[in-house]
Ligand binder design. Structure first.
Ligand code: AMP
Length: 568
């Protein structure tokens, strides 16, 4: 059994390192050292995750619960803890100081000098698990008791990383890329095989344990499994789409539906649906489950598609409508009648025991068509997205116009010979939509409104993502474009995410919510830590189908900025 103290020491060491190679080596050393049963959890922990993303398990520990637990463990009032978080800017650093203070008092009163006994990484995991599973009456007490226990038993340094882990933000800059390379190094397996194994399992914990136990051979045997969602393949905007199409020679042209992504897992009669964020949304969409059961003729399959809300004539409705269905937990049946859904399928990744992601798109497409059957009465409810293979730019332009006229968002233009690359955004899937530049940005701060809007959060500081440092960098403040209803909805969503109390009506927000923001221009600016500022930003919509790490990156902001200069 490996102690959490050792884990905390590794985190501390990594925090001081700036080179990626040295970070990778430290992570590799840790992974090599831990026992096989601890390996999946340690792998997740080092990436700031308690559960693998695909499991759908939520830790569900908010800042106020964390402050209460720290307060109970240390005797320090919650208000003082909030002040400490504000002055240090970090819950981990605040926890470290709180525990130091507590120990100082203990030493003075009882000349108690020894470090508390060590506890294992799995003890921390088990306490988090109990906290996450607690529900209903008394659940808050259970969560607090388990966190309090951990803080009571911690050294200041352990407390620092427990507090950060409880919010799933270790702030040590270790992401999937580092862990992939660390697994390759620790268990002497090639990085590309680790990457492929990650693509099919979507779980670096499983990949690490398989590498340790069975080496290269076992790793190569790993495949897709039904009911374990794989990451979605993503599309990108091309700066010169015509040139990219010419390069493909022939392209597979599909309508781009403006709905919500779904990954369908069919296993006999059982159907499970996952959202773009890989959350299990089956219970919210019983009508889709029924449609898949009825019309997908396969013993087992994993399919990719877009769910679109439609009106009586099958015309697409606004994007927000479909999200209402995905979020719905109560009165699901009633909402299903209210907002009917159409499922447009465009890919297949698994069929009757076989992983298909390494087949070219045209082959996958044939298999998809062979197993989806739509009868006359249900043809509006399920279909395979129409696809035209062509290299003719005029034909593509014509299909594009048709798509827009039919009320869709545009086109996705795909390389017919490309494999399905889970989680990858690249030139093999290109999106073509009307040019209204928008960015998907994460809310990291907020302010209360004034006058009529005094009880609502009225302004949001938004940030882009930096995949290199895994941090969110501010690019501006948004306070226009919202209806009262949207303000109310966002106020509710954000009030559970406030961090560190407020000063003068302004407070920090844990980066969880993604907004689509339109703007006039990007400028260089010293006012925000990204170095850029949006001119005239306005709210377009909430993107709660997107995870914060999927927000637009600082690199994209830089690119849009330089494209703008070219246009001037
Ligand atoms: P965006 O959300 O703007 O990054 O655009 C990419 C999204 O378009 C995908 O994640 C899908 O949800 C959606 N989409 C709609 N139709 C298609 C299609 N035919 N192929 C791939 N993605 C599609």
């Amino acid at each position: 059994m490996t102690s959490f103290r050792e884990f905390a020491e590794t985190c501390q060491a990594i925090e001081k390192i700036s080179s990626t190679i040295d970070t990778t080596n430290r992570v590799a050393d840790l992974l090599k050292k831990v026992d096989i049963e601890e390996l999946p959890t340690t792998t997740h922990f080092i990436m700031s995750k308690v559960f693998p993303a695909w499991s759908g398990k939520q830790l569900g520990i908010g800042t106020s619960l964390l402050y209460t637990s720290l307060s109970k463990a240390s005797g320090m009032p919650v208000k003082s803890i909030q002040t400490l978080v504000r002055t240090t800017g970090d819950i981990g650093d605040a926890a470290l100081l709180i525990l130091k203070e507590k120990r100082k008092n203990q030493v003075t009163f009882s000349s108690f000098l020894e470090e508390p006994p060590e506890f294992s990484i799995m003890e921390v995991y088990n306490r988090f698990k109990i906290a996450s599973e607690a529900s209903g009456k008394g659940s808050q007490e259970v969560k607090i008791r388990n966190l309090q226990y951990l803080f009571n038993s911690s050294t200041p340094r352990e407390a620092k990383y427990i507090a950060r882990l409880a919010l799933e933000e270790l702030r040590i800059g270790v992401g999937e890329g580092v862990v992939r390379d660390a697994i390759a190094k620790a268990f002497s397996v090639p990085a590309d095989v680790v990457e492929h194994a990650f693509m099919v399992t979507n779980d670096l914990g499983i990949v690490a344990a398989t590498s340790k136990e069975g080496g290269l051979e076992a790793l190569e045997r790993l495949g897709i499994e039904i009911n374990r969602p794989i990451k979605m393949m993503l599309s990108q905007i091309s700066p010169d789409i015509d040139a990219d199409i010419k390069e493909m020679k022939e392209a597979a042209v599909e309508w781009k539906f403006d709905g919500a992504r779904v990954q369908v897992h069919k296993d006999g009669d059982s159907v499970t649906l996952f959202s773009r964020k890989l959350e299990n949304v089956t219970d919210s969409l019983p009508d889709l489950v029924e449609i898949v059961r009825k019309h997908v003729k396969a013993e087992s399959a994993i399919l990719d598609g877009e769910a679109v809300a439609v009106d009586e004539d099958g015309k697409p409705r606004a994007f927000q409508e479909i999200l209402k269905r995905f979020r719905r937990k109560y009165n699901v049946e009633e909402k299903a009648l209210d907002i009917p859904i159409q499922l447009n399928l465009f890919d297949i990744m698994y069929l009757n025991g076989k992983t298909l992601i390494d087949l070219p798109l045209i082959e996958r497409r044939k298999l998809l068509e062979s197993c989806v059957e739509s009868s006359v009465e249900d043809s509006k409810a399920i279909c395979v997205d129409k696809q035209v293979i062509t290299g003719d730019l005029e034909v593509i332009e014509q299909i594009y116009r048709e798509a827009l006229e039919a009320g869709h968002e545009g086109l996705v233009i795909k390389n017919p010979n490309s494999i399905y690359s889970p989680g990858k955004r690249g030139k093999n899937w290109l999106k073509k939509k009307p040019l209204m530049e928008t960015l998907d940005l994460v809310v990291v701060g907020a302010e209360w409104g004034f006058g009529r809007r005094a009880n609502l959060i009225g302004s949001y500081t938004v940030a882009c993502y930096d995949p290199k440092t895994l941090r969110f960098l501010q690019v501006g403040k948004v306070g226009t474009g919202l209806t009262d209803e949207q303000l109310k909805e966002l106020t509710e969503m954000l009030s559970g995410l406030m961090e560190g109390g407020e000063a003068g009506g302004v407070f920090a927000i844990r980066p969880k919510i993604v907004l689509e923001i339109a703007f006039e221009e990007i400028q260089k600016s010293p006012n925000y830590n990204s170095g850029f500022a949006l001119r005239f930003p306005r709210f377009v919509r909430i993107r709660d189908d997107k995870a914060p790490e999927e927000a637009d990156t600082i690199q994209r902001i830089g690119k849009v900025y330089s494209q703008q200069l070219k246009r001037l």
